[in-house]
Design a protein around this ligand. Structure first.
Ligand code: 3PG
Length: 307
């Protein structure tokens, strides 16, 4: 009998866990849970005797992977897999997968929640602004970017995107104007919504030089990863550009500086909240258990992300 661990420091909604358990049970798998854990030791102990593991932003580093003596597959129920040590997984013959697209709408909706909150002066009673007729630039046009484009059109925004990995004609087929460079995107748009992954090329790539290109009353919306931001450079930039605001799903490491210096021009979620909806949890969680079953029963490695 295969044993599957759901290891979630930030738990899924109950409906999602119930579905994962019942789908597993139907094929004779045992599903166990480690939720809201606070130490790495708890995760190391929980992974010791399982064949598969479903995680969210939980860190599957080399120690965790090596602690899983029977571990064959890790599914990151979500998009970004920067929390898995892919080299360690490959070395140990462990397959790593993500569940692309399953939580994208939830993330896109949060981007707009934060944008409206910012445009309406944090709902503090003063007069704000509207999103209609404003420009928005989608930096990376993947699953989340597409949903952002759709919602932005509903708000009546002018929508632009830049993504070197997506054909301009595919972007334009969605009624979105494809721009040729990242600089052009930042020059054109009052709002920038970030959807780049965190990797060696993108870490700290969003800096003052780029943001300095943005027009008056610019707002950076980050539902990607805090690691892609050059934190120090942005603080200096925000001191100079009093019209600039920054909203982010999860606080940067230097969040205290913002509280001191930039009141009313920033908003940070206390925990990563983009994918924290029942719908996203159900979609990603069910995809996760199904991918594990398909892997063991049919050798399906369609969603594998390591080499
Ligand atoms: C993702 O990469 O899918 C999102 O950042 C969601 O992360 P979470 O599952 O930890 O909320």
């Amino acid at each position: 009998m295969k044993k599957v661990l759901i290891a979630t420091e930030k738990p899924f909604a109950k409906e999602a866990v119930d579905s994962i358990e019942s789908i597993g049970k139907n094929v004779g798998y045992e599903v166990v849970k480690l939720e809201k854990y606070t130490t790495k030791e708890e995760l190391l102990a929980a992974v010791a005797d399982v064949d598969a593991m479903i995680i969210r932003s939980d860190k599957a580093d080399r120690d965790v992977i090596n602690a899983g003596k029977n571990l064959k597959i890790i599914v990151r129920a979500g998009a970004g897999y920067d929390n898995i040590d892919l080299v360690a997984a490959s070395e140990k013959g462990v397959v790593a997968m993500n569940t692309p697209g399953q939580n994208s709408n939830a993330v896109a909706e949060l981007a707009f929640g934060m944008m409206v909150y910012n445009a309406r002066a944090s709902f503090n009673g003063s007069s704000g602004t509207e999103l209609r007729n404003k420009t928005i630039g989608i930096h990376a046009y993947g699953n989340v970017g597409k949903y952002v484009a759709k919602i932005a059109k509903g708000f009546g925004m002018e929508v632009y995107a830049y993504d070197p990995f997506v054909k301009a004609e595919d972007i334009e087929a969605d009624g979105v104007k494809a721009l040729n460079s990242v600089e052009e995107l930042y020059k054109t748009c009052q709002y920038i919504s970030l959807h780049i992954p965190a990797n060696d090329k993108t870490k700290k790539s969003i800096n003052a030089d780029l943001l300095g290109l943005m027009p008056k009353n610019a707002c950076l919306v980050n539902t990607a990863r805090k690691e892609v931001i050059d934190e120090e450079s942005i603080v200096k930039f925000m001191e100079e550009r009093q019209d600039f605001s920054y909203v982010s799903d999860v606080a940067p490491d230097n969040a205290a500086v913002y509280a001191d210096k930039f009141a009313g021009r920033y908003f940070f979620t206390p925990k990563k909240m983009g994918a924290q909806t029942a719908e996203a949890n159900i979609n990603a969680g069910i995809a996760g258990i199904n991918q594990i079953i398909d892997f063991f029963e049919k050798g399906d490695i369609r969603f594998k992300v390591n080499k």
